[in-house]
Ligand binder design. Structure first.
Ligand code: ZN
Ligand code: ZN
Length: 421
């Protein structure tokens, strides 16, 4: 008897059918530099990511591509650094040499020219080892409500469309610009809606209703984005479950896929630094088209520290996850999902003074219900067949470096499964 081997033949793998040829690639798609409100040069930032085991990076400055001539005054650069020690310019010169740095004097002030992506790209990119993807954080809004979305693998700068009739309309108008560009140029592009709870801007219903979008940030490492929510406004976990449930039931659409990002702005030891959230993408090759296509197919997970060695989804619906064990760390996996016949009642959330968004709805615990909790590094779970979708959230016991909220530990999130009928 060889039941284990027999079982794997009988069940057959769906998502890892070509596991032999596929590899995991680590990347971050949300980063800021001096080109907008970050506090370091893109070369310094790219160097950090490459040195820290990332396979790809997208620097996504607000409403700008690093593709034109821009000069910045040195005092303005140094003012952004909130830490002691060597200056930003000293570190930049030390790393890349005086001959790399272009300065000029203007009205008695030293200015430095920010290098364009195409100038510094050859310094870092290596086939199969490191890839730079062009991106922009399209930073639109409705009045004072920030509506931010990242366009990854963008080729032409997009000027955001703002102040249309509603939040979803603003989202749609900007997403259409990316889709139009992608089609016109024949280049795959990916967008993700960013930090919905930043200034409590977007609701789960907003995310659910904009069917032009299939991605959002389940995790964003910026400490100011209200990841946990509050009693009137759902946190990221619940937002995802509400949006997924509404998409499947009301909009007959696919659930959202969740990315993990840094949204880093500070690179001199401050709180909002790099290395806080990322995606692991399973693709055949490290090139932009393959990465974007794998993400569009949902073959990736989001992480704020936990690494998964494998995610398999069998034909009978069984999910199997192998968690990469770190010594002395324990892991707990929560399977969350919404079942058919769930309690769909809602109630209005308590009003919050000064909230920019119309009052939200609160949903029952059936939306994103905990279907199972599994301890350890080997997770196998078989759905009952009543799930409209399910997903796995892995929480480790390892405290998060520079936490965004009290008690934060490292986590990982798989994409919603079981919804493709
Ligand atoms: Zn933003
Ligand atoms: Zn950002």
């Amino acid at each position: 008897m060889r039941p284990a081997i027999l079982a794997s033949f009988v069940l057959g793998l769906i998502s890892t059918a070509h596991a032999q040829e596929l590899k995991w690639f680590k990347g971050n798609t949300h980063t800021h530099s001096l080109w907008s409100d970050g506090n370091d040069f893109p070369e310094m930032i790219t160097d950090w990511y490459k040195q820290h085991g990332y396979d790809f990076l997208a620097i996504s400055d607000h409403n700008v591509l690093q593709a034109k001539e821009v000069w910045m005054s040195v005092p303005a650069i140094e003012k952004r650094r909130k830490s002691l020690g060597k200056t930003t310019m000293e570190k930049y010169r030390a790393r890349f040499g005086d001959e790399w740095v272009t300065t000029r004097e203007k009205d008695g002030v030293t200015e430095v020219r920010l290098k364009k992506l195409e100038e510094y790209r050859p310094k870092f990119e290596e086939p199969g080892k490191f890839l730079i993807v062009q991106a922009e954080e399209i930073s639109a809004g409705l009045g004072s409500v920030p509506i931010h979305m990242n366009a990854v693998n963008l080729k032409e700068e997009i000027k955001p469309v703002k102040d249309l009739g509603s939040i979803p309309e603003v989202m749609r108008a900007n997403l259409r610009l990316v889709n139009e560009q992608s089609k016109r140029l024949g280049v795959p592009m990916l967008t993700h809606i960013n930090h919905p709870n930043f200034r409590w801007a977007l609701s789960a219903e907003d995310l659910a209703s904009v069917l032009e979008e299939n991605f959002w940030e389940i995790y964003n490492g910026h400490p100011g984005i209200n990841w946990q929510g509050d009693e009137s406004r759902p946190g990221h976990e619940k937002i995802w479950d509400i949006a997924n449930t509404l998409r499947i039931t009301e909009f007959k659409a696919q659930p959202l896929y969740g990315v993990g990002t840094d949204d880093s702005h500070r690179y001199h030891g401050e709180d909002n630094g790099p290395g806080r959230g990322w995606v692991m993408v399973r693709a055949s090759k490290l090139n932009t088209d393959e990465i974007v296509k794998a993400m569009q197919a949902g073959d990736f997970y989001a992480s704020s520290g936990v690494t998964l060695d494998d995610i398999s989804h069998f034909k009978d619906g069984t999910l199997r996850i192998r968690i990469h064990a770190e010594p002395g760390v324990t892991y707990s996996t929560q399977i969350r999902g919404t079942l058919r016949g769930y309690d769909a009642t809602t109630r209005p959330a308590p009003a919050v003074k000064g909230d920019l968004h119309p009052a939200r709805l609160l949903y029952s615990d059936d939306v994103g219900k905990t279907l199972a909790t599994i301890e350890g590094t080997e997770v196998t779970w078989k759905p009952s067949g009543q799930e409209m979708y399910f997903r796995a959230v892995i929480t480790s016991s390892k405290p998060y470096d520079k936490p965004s909220f009290e008690g934060q530990t490292e986590m990982a999130w798989t994409q919603p499964m079981g919804w493709r009928k």
